[in-house]
Design a protein around this ligand. Sequence first.
Ligand SMILES: [Fe+2]
Ligand SMILES: [Fe+2]
Length: 244
Amino acid sequence: METRVDEIAERIYRLSTFLPAVGPSGFTFNQFLVDAEEPLLFHCGQRALFPAVSQAVARVMDLRRLRWIAFSHIEADECGALGEWLAAAPSATVTHGAIGCAIWLNDQAPRPPRALANGEVLDLGGRRVQRLDTPHVPHCWDAGLLHEEVTGTLFCSDLFTHVGDPPALTDGDILGPAMAAEAQFGYTAVTPATGATIRRLAKLGPRTLAVMHGSSFTGEAAPVLETLARFYDDLLQKGAVSRS
Ligand SMILES: [Fe+2]
Ligand SMILES: [Fe+2]
């Protein structure tokens, strides 16, 4: 198992491990490292991935410099290796939204978490990440995303999930593959709030979408997010019709 490293925006690194046995055509598990005065890791990966992913981080910087660990929601690929990361990085603090701290981290984290309010900004020194609560988007009550303001990078978690081992970064179509994966797996908790939540993300005007499974996207991302929002609105509408 090998984790590749690609810089997808200035000093923002994608750590990607392709597992060929997952799903019909393999699946990437991606973490993101924001290199700043206080470096931040977004997603921990599963515990089984920790040796490969931590070696990849060590190719970029000394692991012990890691100051913050964040993730979107409580699932093995998002935060399974949290304990391993906190042990390897003694100065690191895990940070999450208020709900996630209340329902999980306050009880389970090896060290106390730092709760971030919706809209709160964490100044990393040279990079600034804003926490955005997105309950149930893509899934889980505690879900939230981070937007890095200096590079305009939105850390999307499972939004835009697609299969295979595509390039690290593309300015091409990620919507088609994401819609196909949604039809295949049904991983998003589609509610009347899904479209509105994604439109709120579009208003940030991100220039890079850091995607957890598949290629990251570079370019004008607001229209891409707006189209995704419409896709989920339509899906909800179709579900309502098919149930009536
Ligand atoms: Fe997930
Ligand atoms: Fe995921």
